[in-house]
Design a protein around this ligand. Structure first.
Ligand SMILES: Nc1ncnc2c1ncn2[C@@H]1O[C@H](COP(=O)(O)OP(=O)(O)OP(=O)(O)O)[C@@H](O)[C@H]1O
Length: 169
């Protein structure tokens, strides 16, 4: 019998950031993942606090400095976020391709950030220098394991067969 890990099935974390939630883009962004055959196996809304932001972005200050850390962590706490666990073949890489480059100015058309992450003066006033790029997604498989476990308990992740999987296997 084939184990799902043999097929390259992975789980990855996506967080729809405060700009995505407040702009009412959650549905349109999630549709992009569903259209790519990624299965939603966990979902929740959360108001992040400073402790949780530190756990989530545990290496950001070291990588990009205190200014980027503080603006990003502050922005992430400015409104609720929606966290989603997605499952699929090569899910980690696929999701990163779908969301596009970190900086909206560099994100290609057709990606979530390239299509929707336009900066506005009003949004900049709220969050200082935070890059309002709509989505966070795990950067690699190891990070995905850490982040999925940080955000979701075992009992908050679900195993089920999609209609497409029923037809395929
Ligand atoms: N040059 C920058 N200036 C300001 N903020 C930045 C910059 N680079 C990254 N950030 C902020 O830090 C976050 C994490 O940066 P990282 O390098 O991990 O990019 P990412 O993996 O594409 O983003 P995320 O972790 O949110 O998915 C970015 O989403 C952004 O909010």
């Amino acid at each position: 019998m084939t184990d799902s890990s043999d097929l390259g099935v992975e789980r990855t974390l996506v967080v729809l950031k405060p700009d995505a939630v407040t702009r009412g883009l959650a549905g349109r962004i999630l549709t992009r993942f569903e259209d790519a055959n990624l299965k939603i196996v966990g979902v929740k809304m959360k108001q992040m606090d400073a402790d949780f932001a530190r756990k989530h972005y545990f290496d950001l200050e070291e990588r990009l400095g205190a200014e980027v850390y503080n603006s990003t962590a502050g922005f992430m706490q400015s409104n609720p976020v929606m966290a989603v666990v997605l499952e699929g073949v090569n899910a980690v890489t696929t999701v990163r391709k779908i969301i596009g480059a970190t900086l909206p100015s560099e994100a290609a058309p057709g990606t979530v950030r390239g299509d929707f992450a336009h900066q506005t003066k009003a949004s900049a006033d709220v969050s200082g220098k935070a890059v309002m790029n709509l989505v966070h997604a795990s950067g690699n498989v190891e990070e995905a394991k850490y982040e999925v476990n940080l955000w979701f308990g075992e009992d908050e992740q679900f195993d089920y067969e999609t209609a497409a999987e029923k037809l395929a296997y």
